[in-house]
Design a protein around this ligand. Structure first.
Ligand SMILES: [Zn+2]
Length: 396
Protein backbone atom coordinates (compact mmCIF):
# COMPACT_ATOMS: atom_id res chain seq x y z
CA UNK A 1 0.00 0.00 0.00
CA UNK A 2 2.84 2.40 0.86
CA UNK A 3 4.43 1.69 -2.55
CA UNK A 4 1.08 2.49 -4.13
CA UNK A 5 0.60 5.70 -2.15
CA UNK A 6 4.06 6.85 -3.25
CA UNK A 7 2.97 6.49 -6.87
CA UNK A 8 -0.40 8.14 -6.61
CA UNK A 9 -1.71 9.48 -9.91
CA UNK A 10 0.80 7.53 -12.01
CA UNK A 11 -0.28 4.03 -10.98
CA UNK A 12 1.96 1.05 -10.25
CA UNK A 13 2.24 -2.24 -12.10
CA UNK A 14 2.07 -5.69 -10.47
CA UNK A 15 5.80 -6.09 -11.19
CA UNK A 16 6.72 -2.84 -9.41
CA UNK A 17 4.56 -3.67 -6.40
CA UNK A 18 5.90 -7.19 -6.31
CA UNK A 19 9.45 -5.82 -6.24
CA UNK A 20 8.62 -3.24 -3.56
CA UNK A 21 6.83 -5.69 -1.24
CA UNK A 22 8.61 -8.98 -1.90
CA UNK A 23 5.23 -10.61 -2.61
CA UNK A 24 4.46 -12.59 -5.76
CA UNK A 25 2.41 -10.88 -8.47
CA UNK A 26 -0.72 -12.99 -7.82
CA UNK A 27 -0.44 -12.22 -4.09
CA UNK A 28 -0.21 -8.49 -4.88
CA UNK A 29 -3.35 -8.78 -7.02
CA UNK A 30 -5.25 -10.72 -4.35
CA UNK A 31 -4.22 -8.33 -1.59
CA UNK A 32 -5.06 -5.15 -3.50
CA UNK A 33 -8.42 -6.63 -4.51
CA UNK A 34 -9.47 -6.29 -0.86
CA UNK A 35 -9.06 -2.48 -0.77
CA UNK A 36 -12.11 -0.55 -1.98
CA UNK A 37 -9.99 2.58 -2.58
CA UNK A 38 -7.72 0.76 -5.07
CA UNK A 39 -8.64 0.68 -8.75
CA UNK A 40 -7.22 -1.84 -11.20
CA UNK A 41 -6.86 -1.10 -14.89
CA UNK A 42 -5.48 -3.10 -17.80
CA UNK A 43 -3.97 -1.00 -20.56
CA UNK A 44 -5.13 -2.06 -24.02
CA UNK A 45 -1.91 -2.10 -26.04
CA UNK A 46 -1.92 -4.56 -28.93
CA UNK A 47 -2.54 -8.27 -28.44
CA UNK A 48 -5.38 -8.31 -31.04
CA UNK A 49 -5.89 -10.90 -33.80
CA UNK A 50 -2.74 -11.34 -35.90
CA UNK A 51 -0.56 -9.77 -33.27
CA UNK A 52 2.54 -11.63 -32.16
CA UNK A 53 1.70 -10.72 -28.56
CA UNK A 54 -0.93 -12.74 -26.84
CA UNK A 55 -2.19 -12.84 -23.31
CA UNK A 56 -3.33 -10.07 -21.00
CA UNK A 57 -1.28 -6.99 -20.25
CA UNK A 58 -0.04 -6.48 -16.70
CA UNK A 59 -2.57 -4.68 -14.55
CA UNK A 60 -1.87 -1.21 -13.20
CA UNK A 61 -3.10 -0.23 -9.76
CA UNK A 62 -3.95 3.19 -8.42
CA UNK A 63 -5.46 4.60 -5.23
CA UNK A 64 -8.35 7.05 -5.25
CA UNK A 65 -6.60 10.22 -3.94
CA UNK A 66 -9.74 11.33 -2.10
CA UNK A 67 -9.96 7.99 -0.23
CA UNK A 68 -7.84 9.56 2.47
CA UNK A 69 -7.28 13.22 3.19
CA UNK A 70 -5.74 15.33 5.94
CA UNK A 71 -6.40 18.67 7.62
CA UNK A 72 -4.18 21.20 9.40
CA UNK A 73 -4.98 24.11 11.70
CA UNK A 74 -2.10 26.50 12.26
CA UNK A 75 -2.60 28.79 15.25
CA UNK A 76 -0.30 31.79 15.47
CA UNK A 77 -0.10 34.47 18.13
CA UNK A 78 -2.60 36.53 16.13
CA UNK A 79 -3.84 34.54 13.14
CA UNK A 80 -5.39 31.24 12.08
CA UNK A 81 -4.69 29.25 8.92
CA UNK A 82 -6.61 26.10 8.00
CA UNK A 83 -5.89 23.75 5.09
CA UNK A 84 -6.95 20.38 3.69
CA UNK A 85 -5.45 18.15 1.00
CA UNK A 86 -5.94 14.65 -0.36
CA UNK A 87 -3.40 11.82 -0.60
CA UNK A 88 -1.50 13.60 -3.37
CA UNK A 89 -0.45 16.30 -0.89
CA UNK A 90 1.20 19.27 -2.59
CA UNK A 91 1.11 17.27 -5.85
CA UNK A 92 -2.65 17.82 -5.85
CA UNK A 93 -4.59 20.85 -4.78
CA UNK A 94 -4.36 22.27 -1.28
CA UNK A 95 -7.51 24.08 -0.16
CA UNK A 96 -6.88 26.73 2.47
CA UNK A 97 -8.34 29.60 4.39
CA UNK A 98 -6.74 32.32 6.51
CA UNK A 99 -8.15 34.47 9.27
CA UNK A 100 -5.55 37.21 9.86
CA UNK A 101 -7.68 39.01 12.47
CA UNK A 102 -9.97 36.71 14.46
CA UNK A 103 -11.03 39.61 16.76
CA UNK A 104 -9.99 38.05 20.09
CA UNK A 105 -6.75 37.37 21.94
CA UNK A 106 -5.55 33.92 20.83
CA UNK A 107 -2.84 33.45 23.50
CA UNK A 108 -5.46 33.70 26.28
CA UNK A 109 -8.52 32.19 24.51
CA UNK A 110 -8.07 28.45 23.84
CA UNK A 111 -11.77 27.68 23.45
CA UNK A 112 -12.56 30.59 21.12
CA UNK A 113 -9.46 29.81 19.07
CA UNK A 114 -10.26 26.12 18.60
CA UNK A 115 -13.92 26.96 17.88
CA UNK A 116 -12.84 29.42 15.19
CA UNK A 117 -10.48 26.77 13.78
CA UNK A 118 -13.34 24.23 13.66
CA UNK A 119 -15.64 26.79 12.04
CA UNK A 120 -13.04 27.52 9.33
CA UNK A 121 -12.52 23.81 8.70
CA UNK A 122 -16.27 23.31 8.31
CA UNK A 123 -16.45 26.25 5.87
CA UNK A 124 -13.58 24.77 3.88
CA UNK A 125 -15.32 21.38 3.71
CA UNK A 126 -18.59 22.99 2.60
CA UNK A 127 -16.89 24.48 -0.41
CA UNK A 128 -14.58 21.55 -1.29
CA UNK A 129 -16.43 18.76 -3.10
CA UNK A 130 -15.18 15.20 -2.60
CA UNK A 131 -13.95 15.65 0.98
CA UNK A 132 -16.15 13.35 3.08
CA UNK A 133 -15.41 12.86 6.78
CA UNK A 134 -15.23 9.10 6.20
CA UNK A 135 -11.88 9.78 4.49
CA UNK A 136 -10.33 12.13 7.07
CA UNK A 137 -7.14 10.44 8.33
CA UNK A 138 -6.16 13.03 10.94
CA UNK A 139 -5.55 16.68 11.79
CA UNK A 140 -2.35 18.49 12.71
CA UNK A 141 -2.46 21.54 14.95
CA UNK A 142 0.43 24.03 14.94
CA UNK A 143 1.01 26.18 18.02
CA UNK A 144 3.58 28.92 18.70
CA UNK A 145 6.30 27.95 21.20
CA UNK A 146 7.48 24.53 22.37
CA UNK A 147 4.89 21.76 22.65
CA UNK A 148 5.08 18.49 24.62
CA UNK A 149 2.32 15.93 25.28
CA UNK A 150 -0.10 17.96 23.15
CA UNK A 151 0.29 20.96 25.48
CA UNK A 152 1.93 24.35 24.84
CA UNK A 153 4.91 25.06 27.10
CA UNK A 154 6.83 28.20 28.03
CA UNK A 155 3.64 30.29 28.39
CA UNK A 156 3.69 31.60 24.81
CA UNK A 157 0.05 30.51 24.94
CA UNK A 158 -1.70 30.87 28.29
CA UNK A 159 -3.87 27.83 27.61
CA UNK A 160 -3.56 25.92 30.88
CA UNK A 161 -2.54 22.29 31.07
CA UNK A 162 -5.27 20.58 29.07
CA UNK A 163 -4.54 18.29 26.15
CA UNK A 164 -5.13 20.34 22.98
CA UNK A 165 -5.93 17.22 20.91
CA UNK A 166 -8.73 16.27 23.33
CA UNK A 167 -10.06 19.82 23.32
CA UNK A 168 -10.10 19.92 19.53
CA UNK A 169 -12.03 16.63 19.34
CA UNK A 170 -14.63 18.06 21.76
CA UNK A 171 -14.91 21.33 19.86
CA UNK A 172 -15.30 19.56 16.50
CA UNK A 173 -17.89 17.22 18.00
CA UNK A 174 -19.89 20.27 19.13
CA UNK A 175 -19.45 22.10 15.82
CA UNK A 176 -21.94 20.05 13.82
CA UNK A 177 -23.75 16.73 13.45
CA UNK A 178 -21.39 15.55 10.73
CA UNK A 179 -18.61 15.22 13.34
CA UNK A 180 -20.61 13.11 15.82
CA UNK A 181 -19.16 9.76 14.74
CA UNK A 182 -15.80 11.01 13.49
CA UNK A 183 -14.49 13.41 16.16
CA UNK A 184 -14.06 11.07 19.18
CA UNK A 185 -11.45 8.76 17.59
CA UNK A 186 -9.80 11.33 15.35
CA UNK A 187 -5.99 11.24 15.09
CA UNK A 188 -4.56 14.63 16.11
CA UNK A 189 -0.93 15.77 16.02
CA UNK A 190 -0.11 18.85 18.10
CA UNK A 191 3.26 20.43 17.44
CA UNK A 192 5.22 23.65 17.40
CA UNK A 193 4.55 25.73 14.29
CA UNK A 194 8.24 26.05 13.34
CA UNK A 195 8.60 22.25 13.56
CA UNK A 196 5.64 21.81 11.22
CA UNK A 197 7.00 24.49 8.89
CA UNK A 198 10.33 22.65 8.75
CA UNK A 199 8.47 19.52 7.65
CA UNK A 200 6.49 21.53 5.06
CA UNK A 201 9.60 23.01 3.43
CA UNK A 202 11.54 19.73 3.68
CA UNK A 203 8.77 17.64 2.18
CA UNK A 204 7.22 19.88 -0.45
CA UNK A 205 9.12 23.17 -0.52
CA UNK A 206 12.56 24.68 -1.04
CA UNK A 207 14.33 21.95 1.01
CA UNK A 208 12.69 19.00 -0.75
CA UNK A 209 16.09 17.66 -1.85
CA UNK A 210 17.73 18.05 1.57
CA UNK A 211 17.69 15.62 4.51
CA UNK A 212 19.38 17.86 7.10
CA UNK A 213 17.58 21.16 7.42
CA UNK A 214 17.47 23.93 9.99
CA UNK A 215 14.29 25.93 9.52
CA UNK A 216 14.38 29.45 10.99
CA UNK A 217 11.09 31.22 11.49
CA UNK A 218 12.19 34.85 11.43
CA UNK A 219 9.00 36.59 12.24
CA UNK A 220 7.96 38.78 15.20
CA UNK A 221 10.09 36.32 17.20
CA UNK A 222 12.78 33.83 16.20
CA UNK A 223 11.72 30.16 16.19
CA UNK A 224 13.31 27.08 14.66
CA UNK A 225 12.59 23.55 13.54
CA UNK A 226 15.06 20.81 12.82
CA UNK A 227 15.06 17.95 10.33
CA UNK A 228 17.96 15.50 10.72
CA UNK A 229 18.44 12.53 8.39
CA UNK A 230 14.98 13.25 6.99
CA UNK A 231 13.23 13.12 10.35
CA UNK A 232 11.72 15.86 12.47
CA UNK A 233 13.70 16.23 15.72
CA UNK A 234 11.55 17.49 18.57
CA UNK A 235 13.98 17.05 21.48
CA UNK A 236 13.01 15.88 24.95
CA UNK A 237 11.17 19.10 25.83
CA UNK A 238 9.92 19.99 22.36
CA UNK A 239 12.53 22.75 22.08
CA UNK A 240 14.99 21.15 19.67
CA UNK A 241 16.78 23.69 17.46
CA UNK A 242 15.43 26.71 19.38
CA UNK A 243 18.48 28.95 19.46
CA UNK A 244 16.43 32.19 19.58
CA UNK A 245 16.54 32.60 23.34
CA UNK A 246 20.30 32.32 23.75
CA UNK A 247 21.65 35.65 25.07
CA UNK A 248 23.29 38.04 22.59
CA UNK A 249 27.04 38.70 23.04
CA UNK A 250 27.79 41.72 25.25
CA UNK A 251 29.30 43.77 22.40
CA UNK A 252 26.13 43.84 20.29
CA UNK A 253 24.89 47.42 19.98
CA UNK A 254 21.40 47.17 18.55
CA UNK A 255 19.52 48.59 21.55
CA UNK A 256 18.27 45.14 22.52
CA UNK A 257 15.50 45.10 25.12
CA UNK A 258 14.87 42.28 27.57
CA UNK A 259 12.85 39.43 26.08
CA UNK A 260 9.33 38.95 27.48
CA UNK A 261 9.64 35.17 27.16
CA UNK A 262 13.09 34.48 28.67
CA UNK A 263 13.80 37.73 30.54
CA UNK A 264 17.24 38.19 28.93
CA UNK A 265 18.68 40.21 26.07
CA UNK A 266 18.36 37.27 23.68
CA UNK A 267 18.62 36.82 19.91
CA UNK A 268 14.85 36.76 19.56
CA UNK A 269 14.54 40.22 21.12
CA UNK A 270 17.45 41.48 18.97
CA UNK A 271 16.52 39.91 15.63
CA UNK A 272 12.73 39.35 15.72
CA UNK A 273 10.57 41.97 14.01
CA UNK A 274 8.38 42.69 17.06
CA UNK A 275 10.19 45.86 18.26
CA UNK A 276 10.31 47.25 14.72
CA UNK A 277 6.58 46.72 14.18
CA UNK A 278 5.77 48.25 17.56
CA UNK A 279 8.04 51.26 17.09
CA UNK A 280 6.74 52.10 13.62
CA UNK A 281 3.12 51.01 14.06
CA UNK A 282 3.47 48.69 11.04
CA UNK A 283 2.02 45.24 10.50
CA UNK A 284 4.09 42.42 9.04
CA UNK A 285 2.61 42.84 5.55
CA UNK A 286 4.02 46.35 5.38
CA UNK A 287 7.51 45.07 6.24
CA UNK A 288 7.19 42.28 3.69
CA UNK A 289 6.19 44.66 0.92
CA UNK A 290 8.91 47.16 1.84
CA UNK A 291 11.55 44.40 1.87
CA UNK A 292 10.42 42.94 -1.45
CA UNK A 293 9.87 46.08 -3.49
CA UNK A 294 12.97 48.20 -4.17
CA UNK A 295 10.83 51.22 -5.08
CA UNK A 296 8.88 51.16 -1.79
CA UNK A 297 9.33 54.34 0.32
CA UNK A 298 10.54 52.30 3.29
CA UNK A 299 12.68 49.85 1.31
CA UNK A 300 16.07 51.29 2.18
CA UNK A 301 15.32 51.53 5.85
CA UNK A 302 13.82 48.02 6.08
CA UNK A 303 16.60 46.49 3.93
CA UNK A 304 19.25 48.06 6.20
CA UNK A 305 17.44 46.84 9.31
CA UNK A 306 17.28 43.30 7.93
CA UNK A 307 20.92 43.21 6.76
CA UNK A 308 22.14 44.35 10.16
CA UNK A 309 20.12 41.64 11.94
CA UNK A 310 21.03 38.99 9.35
CA UNK A 311 24.64 39.52 10.35
CA UNK A 312 23.75 38.92 14.00
CA UNK A 313 21.66 35.92 12.96
CA UNK A 314 24.75 34.46 11.25
CA UNK A 315 26.67 34.92 14.47
CA UNK A 316 23.91 33.20 16.46
CA UNK A 317 23.98 30.33 13.98
CA UNK A 318 27.71 29.58 14.39
CA UNK A 319 27.36 27.07 17.26
CA UNK A 320 24.17 25.67 15.72
CA UNK A 321 25.85 25.02 12.37
CA UNK A 322 28.98 23.63 14.04
CA UNK A 323 26.96 21.19 16.13
CA UNK A 324 24.35 20.11 13.59
CA UNK A 325 26.05 20.56 10.22
CA UNK A 326 22.81 21.08 8.26
CA UNK A 327 22.96 21.12 4.45
CA UNK A 328 20.37 23.87 4.27
CA UNK A 329 19.14 26.72 6.47
CA UNK A 330 15.69 27.90 5.41
CA UNK A 331 14.76 31.43 6.43
CA UNK A 332 11.03 32.07 6.46
CA UNK A 333 8.35 33.87 8.42
CA UNK A 334 8.07 37.50 7.37
CA UNK A 335 10.97 36.98 4.96
CA UNK A 336 10.97 34.49 2.10
CA UNK A 337 12.63 33.55 -1.20
CA UNK A 338 11.95 36.90 -2.82
CA UNK A 339 14.21 38.67 -0.29
CA UNK A 340 17.18 36.31 -0.29
CA UNK A 341 19.50 39.07 -1.52
CA UNK A 342 18.96 40.88 1.81
CA UNK A 343 19.95 38.08 4.17
CA UNK A 344 21.93 35.27 2.49
CA UNK A 345 25.23 37.11 2.11
CA UNK A 346 25.28 38.76 5.57
CA UNK A 347 24.52 35.41 7.22
CA UNK A 348 27.23 33.57 5.26
CA UNK A 349 29.81 36.30 5.90
CA UNK A 350 29.02 36.27 9.58
CA UNK A 351 29.34 32.49 9.81
CA UNK A 352 32.81 32.76 8.29
CA UNK A 353 33.98 35.66 10.45
CA UNK A 354 32.62 34.35 13.73
CA UNK A 355 34.01 30.85 13.72
CA UNK A 356 31.87 28.35 11.84
CA UNK A 357 33.98 25.34 10.88
CA UNK A 358 34.78 25.18 7.20
CA UNK A 359 33.51 21.58 7.06
CA UNK A 360 30.21 22.74 8.58
CA UNK A 361 29.51 25.73 6.33
CA UNK A 362 31.40 25.31 3.04
CA UNK A 363 28.56 23.36 1.38
CA UNK A 364 25.81 25.00 3.41
CA UNK A 365 23.00 26.57 1.43
CA UNK A 366 20.90 29.39 2.89
CA UNK A 367 17.54 29.79 1.22
CA UNK A 368 14.34 31.75 1.73
CA UNK A 369 11.25 29.61 2.31
CA UNK A 370 8.64 28.88 -0.31
CA UNK A 371 5.44 28.81 1.72
CA UNK A 372 5.59 31.86 4.07
CA UNK A 373 2.29 32.08 5.96
CA UNK A 374 1.14 28.58 4.93
CA UNK A 375 4.39 26.73 5.82
CA UNK A 376 3.14 25.22 9.10
CA UNK A 377 -0.14 24.13 7.50
CA UNK A 378 1.79 22.47 4.66
CA UNK A 379 3.93 20.64 7.20
CA UNK A 380 0.86 19.66 9.24
CA UNK A 381 -0.74 18.13 6.17
CA UNK A 382 2.45 16.30 5.20
CA UNK A 383 2.93 14.95 8.73
CA UNK A 384 -0.72 13.85 9.06
CA UNK A 385 -0.56 11.98 5.76
CA UNK A 386 2.76 10.41 6.73
CA UNK A 387 1.59 9.28 10.18
CA UNK A 388 -2.02 8.38 9.55
CA UNK A 389 -2.76 7.59 5.90
CA UNK A 390 -1.23 4.13 5.72
CA UNK A 391 -2.88 2.66 8.85
CA UNK A 392 -6.10 4.42 7.84
CA UNK A 393 -6.17 2.80 4.38
CA UNK A 394 -5.19 -0.58 5.79
CA UNK A 395 -8.10 -0.39 8.24
CA UNK A 396 -10.69 0.37 5.58
ZN1 LIG B 1 14.28 35.38 24.79
Amino acid sequence: MRALIDRIGVGATQAELSLATGLSRPSVATLLGTFPSVTESRPNTGGGPGSARTGRQAATYDVDPKAAWAAAIDIGRAHLFVAICDLRGAGGEIQSMEDPEPGFDLPTSPLLTLERGAEMLNELLDRSPGYELDGLVGIAVGLPGPVTDNRPRDRVLDWGDRDVADRLREVLRASGDRWRDHAPALGVIVDNDANLSAVGEARWGVAAEASNVLYVKWSTGLGAGLIMDGRLCRGSGGASGEFGHTPVPGDVELGVAECAACGRRCHESAIGFRPLLRERGWDYRHVREAARDRSHTDHRFVAGWIEERAELLGRALVPVVNVLNPEMVVINGILDQSMERLFVRPIMRSLEIHGAMRAAYSDLRIRGGEFTVSAAAHGGLALSLQEFSLPFLLEQ
